[in-house]
Design a protein around this ligand. Structure first.
Ligand SMILES: Nc1ncnc2c1ncn2[C@@H]1O[C@H](COP(=O)(O)OP(=O)(O)OP(=O)(O)O)[C@@H](O)[C@H]1O
Ligand SMILES: [Mg+2]
Length: 374
């Protein structure tokens, strides 16, 4: 039997993701640098890959560029399979971890390099270089030698050079790694602004959580070759999926116990309330499972008496070990009855009147804590 399908094509058509990774893994010998990575990077997104040194960030980027073929899984670019497509045939550019400018060429010749290799007409190259330099706010720097530039300016030249061929996708591996803290913070805002202006999908790699939070639309957090969570900066911070994420992004302290009907039973501390209307029922993990309660220091209050804690707060006796002034806040290092450590924080200088060695009370709103199964 034959049928004729007269129904319209399925629609509306959604733009294909800029990058789709499906079950991607890379083994070097017997060890995996990247394992089972499945994620989409959307068109025009500022996407960051965040994780500690050696977790597989560069390897993952190199598989997107084609400098490395996955041992397992597939890479799609703009909806088309990228397997077997060499790097120069992919509609992307990559700024390497140690971005190398040609030191003997001027700013202009560095930026023009790709278009010259591709034998674009001279006038078109001159226009493109002027536009690219304006984009990175280096108008008038074309004749300068690379050696006459500051670190931040060199960085901008490298970005202009990477953008001049107008790739749909730009991969930047630790783009601000060589810069000092203050310049880094400035360039983070500039990069984000630039990305909005050019409308190119940016994928950056960083091991700096603040940088990822500042620049990204979404962040993938990696550890040990795996992607643990992909989400917006706010969701990653407020709702970390695992203990590693809760600790790597910002600071958390963890109380480990077993979920039961009334909350989390922690040996030596009793049963602590957990977030969610139904107590433990609303939390991650089944009753009887060992889980971690993650609490951020900025959500923990310390006081001389339990009565001084906010109403509705969990109240635990503690010993104040140390008070550390951080400038924008004061951090209190506490030990609880079971010997575990808890961090508390309050804005600005210390006004608690408490001193080290003192018996105090620590408390937090259970809704501001988070139950993590792993
Ligand atoms: N060509 C290679 N041969 C063998 N092992 C490799 C190769 N490239 C990377 N690795 C290993 O794979 C792991 C991940 O390396 P990768 O460079 O991707 O890490 P990274 O997250 O970029 O780290 P960093 O932040 O230090 O740049 C490391 O253990 C590294 O030693
Ligand atoms: Mg790297």
């Amino acid at each position: 039997m034959t049928t004729t399908d007269l129904s319209p094509a399925p629609g509306p058509t959604v733009a294909a993701p800029a990058v789709r990774l499906t079950g991607v893994g890379k083994a070097f010998g017997a060890t995996y640098a990247v394992k089972e990575v499945t994620l989409d990077i959307r068109q025009n997104e500022f996407f960051s890959i965040l994780g500690p040194s050696g977790c597989g960030k560069t390897t993952l980027m190199r598989m997107i560029t084609g400098f490395e073929e996955p041992s397992e899984g597939t890479v799609e670019l703009g909806g088309a399979p990228a397997t077997g497509v060499p790097p120069h045939k992919r509609d992307l550019n990559m700024l390497f971890q140690s971005y190398a400018l040609f030191p003997h060429l001027s700013v202009r010749d560095n930026v023009a390099f790709e278009l010259k290799v591709r034998k674009h007409p001279r006038a078109a190259i001159a226009d493109a270089v002027r536009d690219a330099l304006a984009l990175v706010r280096l108008d008038g720097y074309g004749d300068r030698a690379i050696a006459q530039l500051s670190g931040g300016q060199k960085q901008r030249v490298a970005i202009a050079r990477a953008l001049i061929g107008r790739p749909s996708l730009l991969l930047l591996d630790e783009p601000l790694g060589a810069l000092d803290q203050k310049l880094r913070a400035e360039m983070q805002l500039e990069l984000k602004k630039l990305q909005r202006e050019v409308g190119v999908t940016f994928v950056t790699v960083t091991h700096d959580q603040e940088e990822a939070l500042t620049m990204s639309d979404r962040i993938a957090v990696m550890d040990g070759g795996r992607v643990l969570q992909v989400d917006t900066p706010e969701a990653i911070y407020e709702r970390p999926a695992t203990r590693f994420v809760a600790d790597f992004i910002g600071t958390s302290t963890f109380l480990t116990g077993v979920l039961e009907a009334g909350g989390l039973a922690v040996r030596g501390l009793g049963v602590l309330p957990v977030p969610g209307a139904g107590g433990a029922a609303g939390a991650a993990g089944a009753a009887g499972a060992e889980v971690h309660l993650a609490v951020r220091p900025e959500n923990v209050t310390v006081a001389a008496t339990a009565e001084e804690l906010p109403t509705g707060a969990v109240a635990l006796p503690a010993t104040l070990q140390q008070t550390v002034y951080l400038g924008h806040a004061t951090r209190y290092h506490l030990t609880l009855a079971d010997g575990s450590e808890l961090l508390a924080e309050s804005g600005g200088a210390d006004r608690s009147g408490l001193s080290a060695g003192e018996r105090v009370w620590a408390g937090w709103d259970p809704e501001r804590s988070r139950v993590l199964a792993e």
